[in-house]
Design a protein around this ligand. Sequence first.
Ligand code: GLY
Length: 325
Amino acid sequence: MLIIASSNGAIGMDQAIRALKNGCSALDAVEIGIRLVEANPKEHSVGYNGYPNILGHLELDASIMDGRTLDSGAVALLRGYPYAISVARQVMERELPHVLLAGEGAERFAREIKAEQWDAMLTAETVDVWREGLKAVGTTQWVDRQSDIIPEITDETPLLDLVTLATDPERVEGTVNFIAIDGNGDIASGVSTSGWAWKYPGRIGDSPIIGAGNFADNRYGACACTGMGEMAIRAGTARSLVLYLKTGMPLREAARQAMMDLRDLGGEFIGGMNLIALDRNGEHVGMSSRAGAGYIYQTADMNSYEECEREVVRIPGRWGGVARD
Ligand code: GLY
């Protein structure tokens, strides 16, 4: 039994590993661990109190995958429901011939299955951070720096410049990953995120895209990503890593190759990429495009999780773009 997670999964690790020890499935452990991160108001890249989109709306993405069957469920742009991972799991498990529900459809589904709904998804402090972030980008016509007032946003308000200029106050590349192997040797993986802070409304990252930010296959292993989702979508990163395992590559080499594939993406990179992965034998690894990043793991016979350093694979831009940390 083993769980690996991105470092911000620490808050959920204890309960997730206990669940495995009590006979729960890898899917249960992944869901339990991620729910605790989603409920953590201090985590601004996942679930409740994540940083909102440019209009101040919190839109959540999540996916879960069952390595036994390659069954998957995902939601995107989910508003008002903090436990996106649980809604994603229900998409997978209910009588529904779909994998991914987005926006109003995802919310309708969440309501129909009576998922837990919260009226307020942002604290007042986070709303203030969002407002300050908009003021800081300055020169747009709808952020009035003289009066320090953000006028009413209408459907005609231009957002393109703002989204390009706005920067996330904590450089949140957050997102949480959990991958578990249970007592039966079954593998499951889950990812949940509030996405890129101040993103364009409707932007969907890699987290709910099976094969991009999340992939699990009992026969080979699993991979989950954090970082700039646009890159993982374009390179199919999580699926690539598992496919490299399928070719017989050792885990670390498969992970390096999946990271190096990102170098083939043309254009200037404006974000970093990270992944965690394990193989069916319980070997695990973490990779990042920047130095100093870690991930955590715990086995059933450990009393607490341990942190591991991620190997660095730099991703220079192919057309002269520069990878930023
Ligand atoms: N990796 C999370 C996102 O880009 O939304």
